[in-house]
Structures are given as structure tokens and as C-alpha cells.
Design a protein around this ligand. Structure first.
Ligand code: PEP
Length: 263
């Protein structure tokens, strides 16, 4: 079975005490639940709390809980004020880094080339990448969504080897569904996931495509998680708003646990 991933993107939310409470809530859930082997749970706090949150992640293997950053620099070190190197992220215990989130593309003008540099350096640093892609509403209305998303993937991941792809997770996040309460239907999401998988099969090989975890992101909540996770090509979720509360994040995780048990 492909790796199933429930990842919370905390964005620029929560102060220290809240971050600790949320991490402890998720850790308690993880430790008190019989988690399937295939499940990985990811939390992504802001840079200043990465180390702190890491210290509240139980250091036992069956906890399945991993730390992610929300971005990283394209540079190893040096005169880059305000930036954080993926080498440093790895050094303090991150397993993952989210790259290409639509908020970074829009608010920080992150281009495909810049993202390709970040991806390359993050892989060299030993991190796994959660690479976000997704179309705008007008692009979907025009029926161009597949072309847009595949171009984003080609533009930043097109030069990677099969070995590199073993450390890539794709998060398909239609921009019109992020933080809007509007979710892509399970069919819309699954169709896109199939298109992404088929691109990887053509571009690399079928094995890499079969092993690739593709997450859906965009207003995932306990009420819609089960229907999304029941789709053949949806391997989990990248969750914004609903990842900020223990109850909703663990309810979504529980939906994935039940889906895995049903397969
Ligand atoms: C996100 O920002 O990655 C996201 C999916 O947010 P939300 O779940 O709030 O739509």
C-alpha cells in the first residue's frame, strides 16, 4: 500500500502554548490509537516553534508523527537575511518541508525555477518534499486545470530522478478551495490525482507513479474526509484550518485509519 499521509499546515497561526497543546493532543491520539503501518501524520508549525514542537513529539516509532517546515531557502547558508536553510531544518529534526504552497507562490512570487532550486537543495539535505500544486478558479472554469497543474509539476520537478521521486509527495490544492469552505468534489480531486499519476508514469516509470503519495488539500474537514479518502488515488490530505484543532485534525486522521482498514 502507498504511504497515507495526514498533514497539518498550521500556517502563521498559534503562539507557543497553543502549539504545545495541539502537539500534545495529536501525540496523545497517536499513542492511544492502533495506527496502521501505512499511516504518517505530519505537523507543520512556524519556524520558531519547530524545535519546541519536535520536543513534544514522542520519540517512539509507533507514534507515526513527523515534523515539517512550511518553506525553506534555496540557499545552503550565508547572506540571506530572514531565510532558513533546509540543512538547518533537517538538523533540528524536520522530516518534511512543504514547498510551492499557493500562498507562497502568490504572496512571495515564488516561480517554478525558484521552487526547483528549493526542491533540489531540500532533497540534498535529506528532507522529503510535500510539493503543492493547483489551479485558480478561472483556469478550472476554462477547463485548463490539468495542463496548469502538470506544468507546475514539470516546471519544478521535471529534472528529478526516480530516486528523488521516492522522496516527493504531491499535494493537489485547487486554489479556489483553500480556506474558502469550498471543496473539490471527490471526483474532481480523484481525476486530477489520476492525471498526476499518469504524468509520472509517462515521465518516469509506472513503479514511481504507483508509489507516489498524492494528497488533496482545500477545505478538508471531518465531514468530507471519508468521501475524499475513499477515492482510488487520494492518499491523504494537506489540511489548513481544520488542522488547528485537535478534535478536527484527529477526526480526519481517524477517517483515514478507517479507510485503510476497509481496503
Ligand atoms: C492549505 O492551506 O494547505 C489548505 C488546504 O487550507 P484549508 O484546509 O484551510 O483549505
Amino acid at each position: 500500500m502507498r504511504k497515507k499521509i495526514i498533514a497539518g499546515n498550521w500556517k502563521m497561526n498559534m503562539v507557543k502554548a497553543e502549539a504545545i497543546t495541539l502537539t500534545q493532543g495529536i501525540a496523545n491520539f497517536a499513542l492511544s490509537t492502533d495506527l496502521p503501518e501505512a499511516l504518517t501524520i505530519v505537523v507543520s508549525p512556524v519556524y520558531p516553534y519547530l524545535d519546541l514542537v519536535n520536543n513534544h513529539i514522542p520519540s517512539v516509532n509507533d507514534c507515526h508523527l513527523y515534523l515539517s517546515a512550511q518553506d525553506c531557502s534555496a540557499h545552503e547558508k550565508g547572506a540571506h537575511t530572514g531565510e532558513v536553510s533546509p540543512i538547518m531544518l533537517k538538523d533540528i529534526g524536520c522530516h518534511y518541508v512543504i514547498l510551492g504552497h499557493s500562498e507562497r507562490r502568490a504572496q512571495h512570487q515564488e516561480s517554478a525555477d525558484l521552487l526547483a532550486q528549493k526542491v533540489g537543495l531540500a532533497l540534498d539535505s535529506g528532507l522529503q518534499i510535500i510539493f503543492c500544486c493547483g489551479e485558480q478558479l478561472d483556469e478550472r472554469k476554462a477547463g485548463n486545470q490539468n495542463e496548469i497543474v502538470i506544468d507546475q509539476i514539470k516546471g519544478s520537478l521535471g529534472e528529478l530522478s526516480t530516486d528523488d521521486w521516492a522522496n516527493i509527495v504531491i499535494a493537489y490544492e485547487p486554489v479556489w478551495a483553500i480556506g474558502t469552505g469550498e471543496t473539490a468534489s471527490p471526483e474532481q480531486a480523484n481525476d486530477m490525482h489520476k492525471a498526476i499519476r499518469s504524468f509520472v508514469a509517462d515521465h518516469l516509470d509506472q513503479r514511481a507513479a504507483d508509489q507516489l503519495s498524492i494528497l488533496y488539500g482545500g477545505s478538508v474537514k471531518p465531514a468530507n474526509a471519508a468521501d475524499l479518502f475513499a477515492c482510488s488515488d487520494i492518499d491523504g490530505a494537506l489540511i489548513g484550518g481544520a488542522s488547528l484543532k485537535t478534535d478536527s485534525f484527529t477526526a480526519i486522521t481517524q477517517a483515514m485509519i478507517e479507510q485503510i482498514a476497509n481496503v
